[in-house]
Design a protein around this ligand. Structure first.
Ligand code: FAD
Length: 334
């Protein structure tokens, strides 16, 4: 990091892409980045890595980036931590952005701490609010701490860039305008095969279940109380029996047990089914925000004081691994 902080300019967004598609959080980052850039009076830029990504660079411009730095190389075709970290670190050291935003996606969470460590700056992970301090123009980064019980506002006083990962689904999206003009700048990719310690053998597309939580009449949702990804298989069996779909709490999604498309709540989907069965979900306010208008709520939790029971029409105090198989078995006999 250069000690002369005034050399650092502009807001950068990491334009994460997968298999030729910009990830949705990038559009949110460009929306938020635009506000920050305007408040400081600087440019909104993006950095895009991959192979043959020019079309995507134009898309990023249509969402408001004034400059897109593009690293195009066969070695960047698939995401690898080593390659992406090196290229972005080189670009930051060379061009010196003042603010760098990444989505708190699997890739963003993997990359951001490595990059911040290499460029010797701070990182605020999982931000839900970003604002510019009107006095010193530094970015105030807010994120939930202690399990969401307090909101911590963090600044990065003496290092640059000020880096944040931003939680998907929280910020407003940028509006697309294909008439926008911007500059595409090619980066000099200094990367060799020897820099990359992992090799992508095969890319397997996820067999994502086509679910529509919003249209479902019956939702069986699982939370951290399931304890493992396999618990969702048990819920799936029950959902199949009842003709419903599987939902999840954010904690279960964050644990990597189920895809984000199943998440119910403030930063997931808001649902109003005829029947909502909450299994091993504590009933945090952000979860309740997405399901408490359901017609009939059944909660299964081994803690009788769990807040989910406050909104439940019917509560079962017990272990999900006892209750759900019993319920499924009963339905088999119907
Ligand atoms: P926990 O709170 O850990 O609860 C697990 C529950 O399982 C406990 O009540 C425990 O008693 C019970 N349990 C454990 N083992 C068993 C067992 N064997 N049998 C029965 N019960 C068991 N959360 C969401 O869900 N959706 C959102 O959209 C969302 N958005 C958020 C947005 C923001 C800005 C923030 C700050 C937070 C958000 N959260 C959201 C997170 C939310 O605050 C909670 O952290 C989350 O909902 C907790 O998930 P959980 O209930 O699965 O886990």
């Amino acid at each position: 990091m250069d000690k002369n902080l005034s050399l650092y300019k502009n807001v950068w967004v990491f334009a994460e892409q997968r298999q030729g598609k910009i990830t949705p959080v990038v559009i949110e980052l460009l929306g938020e980045g635009r506000k920050l850039a305007d408040e400081i009076g600087v440019e909104l830029c993006a950095i895009l890595l991959g192979k043959d990504v020019k079309g995507m660079a134009e898309e990023v411009i249509s969402y408001g980036a004034e400059k897109v730095y593009v690293a195009d190389s066969e070695l960047l075709e698939n995401f690898t931590t080593d390659a992406y970290t090196k290229v972005i670190t080189d670009a930051i050291n060379e061009i010196k952005p003042e603010i760098m935003l990444l989505g708190a996606t699997h890739i963003g969470r993997d990359l951001a701490p490595r990059i911040s460590s290499r460029v010797n700056t701070g990182l605020t992970a999982d931000c839900t609010k970003l604002e510019i301090d009107p006095e010193d123009k530094k970015i105030k980064q807010t994120r939930p701490a202690f399990g969401g019980n307090i909101m911590a506002t963090i600044i990065c006083p003496n290092n640059r860039p000020q880096m944040s990962t931003v939680r998907p689904g929280v910020m407003d999206k940028a509006v697309k305008d294909v008439t926008r003009k911007g500059e595409i700048i090619s980066l000099n990719v200094r990367l060799t095969v020897a820099d990359i310690r992992t090799k992508v053998m095969e890319v397997v597309k996820s067999k994502k279940e086509m679910i529509s939580l919003t249209d479902a009449n019956i939702i069986i949702s699982g939370g951290l109380g399931l304890g493992k990804a396999e618990g969702f298989e048990m819920l799936s069996k029950l959902a199949d029996k009842l003709g419903g779909v599987v939902g999840a709490s954010r904690a279960a999604v964050d644990a990597g047990w189920i895809d984000h498309s199943h998440q119910v709540g403030q930063t997931g989907t808001t649902v109003k089914p005829n029947l909502y069965i909450a299994c091993g979900i504590s009933g945090a306010i952000q979860h309740l925000a997405g399901m408490q208008s359901s017609d009939l709520i059944i909660a299964i939790n081994k803690n009788s004081t769990a807040p989910i029971f406050d909104v439940a029409d019917c509560g079962i105090v017990g272990d999900i691994y006892d209750v759900i198989p019993m319920l499924t078995e009963e339905l088999n006999n119907v």
